[in-house]
Design a binder for this molecule. Structure first.
Ligand SMILES: [Cu+2]
Length: 268
């Protein structure tokens, strides 16, 4: 019979260690296929209320009206939905991660983020700047913790991104409509739909996959407003928007062929 002290030791050895992190493997993809498609709006187009500008009107205003059209849901004339992130789920291997640009740039111009939606590879860097002579800040929540004030036009700050996930960006300087999304990713099979809602993912190892389309959501759920005690005037500091929407479908990628896919986004 084994001495009693051996038993806990054996139990310890039998216990699986901490879950091994899935590591994306970079390989050659000589027979890769591609997926092309469109994200389309289905049904009646929602009327989206423009944002009221109640601070720094001279910098933030476009045209004559002190409002800003919402950029959260942009539908082309033909019905394509811009700025939707289309990606393959759980990729184990494929083309190199840094086929996505490793260093990217985020500008603040006319009180908007440019671009307001992008995909950054993990361990990539973001150079942030401002073209406005107005105080802004880049305040991130989620996959990155940065909160950087930009009081001076032309100033530049660069930061690394190590965590995979979505970093939501807002400006707390009285520009509640300023929102952006940084998708920090660990594989390169991510694209963003263009103005016509179109996308293309290339060099995919043949096989069956789940393809997702992520949209930020466009409804305003709540307005965070403050009242000036002297004038009684109300100004909006920020908004709470409806949750992002993820559409999924199964796709099969065959060697050197193009697979066509359509996603339909709607009000319900
Ligand atoms: Cu701002």
């Amino acid at each position: 019979m084994k001495p009693l002290w051996v038993l806990p030791l054996l139990a310890l050895l039998a216990t699986p260690g901490p879950q091994k992190k899935r590591v994306y493997e970079e390989i050659d993809v000589p027979d890769g296929g591609s997926i092309t498609g469109t994200v389309l709006w289905k049904g009646e187009r929602p009327r989206i209320e423009p944002f009221r500008i109640d601070k720094n009107i001279e910098t933030c205003q476009v045209g004559d009206s002190p409002t800003k059209p919402s950029r959260r849901l942009v539908i082309s004339e033909a019905g394509g939905v811009e700025m939707t992130v289309v990606y393959l789920e759980k990729m184990a291997k494929g083309k190199p991660l840094f086929t996505l640009p490793k260093k990217q740039r985020l500008d603040q111009k006319g009180c908007e983020y440019h671009p307001r939606m992008f995909v950054l590879p993990r361990k990539g860097k973001l150079e942030m700047t401002t073209s406005d002579d107005t105080l802004h800040n880049i305040h991130m929540r989620g996959a990155a913790p940065y909160n950087i004030a930009f009081p001076k036009k032309g100033m530049v700050e660069t930061r690394p991104f190590r965590r995979v996930g979505i970093a939501r960006v807002v400006c707390d300087a009285g520009h509640g409509w300023m929102t952006g999304y940084i998708h920090v990713v660990d594989h390169p099979y991510y694209v963003i739909t263009d103005k016509e809602g179109k996308f293309q993912i290339e060099d995919i190892p043949p096989g069956k996959y789940t393809l997702n389309a992520w949209h930020e959501g466009w409804r305003i759920v709540e307005k965070d407003s403050v009242k000036d005690p002297r004038t009684g005037e109300e100004s909006i500091k920020g908004y709470v928007f409806s949750d992002p929407i993820v559409l999924s479908q199964e796709v099969e990628v065959t060697p050197l062929k193009e697979t066509q896919v359509t996603f339909e986004l709607s009000e319900d």
